[in-house]
Design a binder for this molecule. Sequence first.
Ligand code: PRP
Ligand code: URA
Length: 209
Amino acid sequence: MSKVHLIDHPLIQHKLTLIRDKTTGAKDFRDLVSEISTLMAYEVTRDLPLENSTVETPICVSEAKVISGKKVGIIAVLRAGLGMVEGMLRLIPTAKVGHIGIYRDPETLRPIDYYCKLPSDVNERNLIIVDPMLATGGSATCAIRFLKDKGATDIKLVVLVAAPEGIKMVQENHPDVDIYAASIDKCLNSHGYIVPGLGDAGDRLFGTK
Ligand code: PRP
Ligand code: URA
């Protein structure tokens, strides 16, 4: 069974409260989502392997560590995942970025996919899927399936707000994918929105609706 990592650093909790606030406008919402993503990138990359190297400081030559192993790919689930990309790239600037377009049918809540553009070597990368919301889990489950169909074997899912229902669906379908969340909220409402949540992340990021 995959692990759920709750990244509840005080700075993240504070910024999350600000984006939950319905009076927070699109610009602040975008900035805060980006900042939280940077803070989460720090935790998500905690297990990147290191190798020994040397460095010549102004004083002497010293043993040193550098990151080794596979390269990173950041996969944004459109639209709202776009809001997390810049924040992640701030800490992992050499990552390649892929995009998977998925939206929820408002009636059935089932994921509808409409776009996919991935780095050609996704199968050789440590992949980090970013999407602010994990609600029913349909979109994340579908995005992970896309990546696995392209040969990806090392996938993490990073969300800001997760519902227990979404965590359950991802864990049942993809027990090898760890989930990183800034909050695990109470439940979904009858329209499939996370309670208390923050509303529609895509609309709040881009000022639509
Ligand atoms: C939101 C969100 C997730 C999805 C989560 O996207 O960004 O992708 O809903 O819901 P689920 O877990 O029930 O699938 P949305 O469908 O609103 O598309 P958008 O980002 O283009 O607005
Ligand atoms: N998608 C969102 O943007 N918000 C929710 O609460 C659920 C799905």
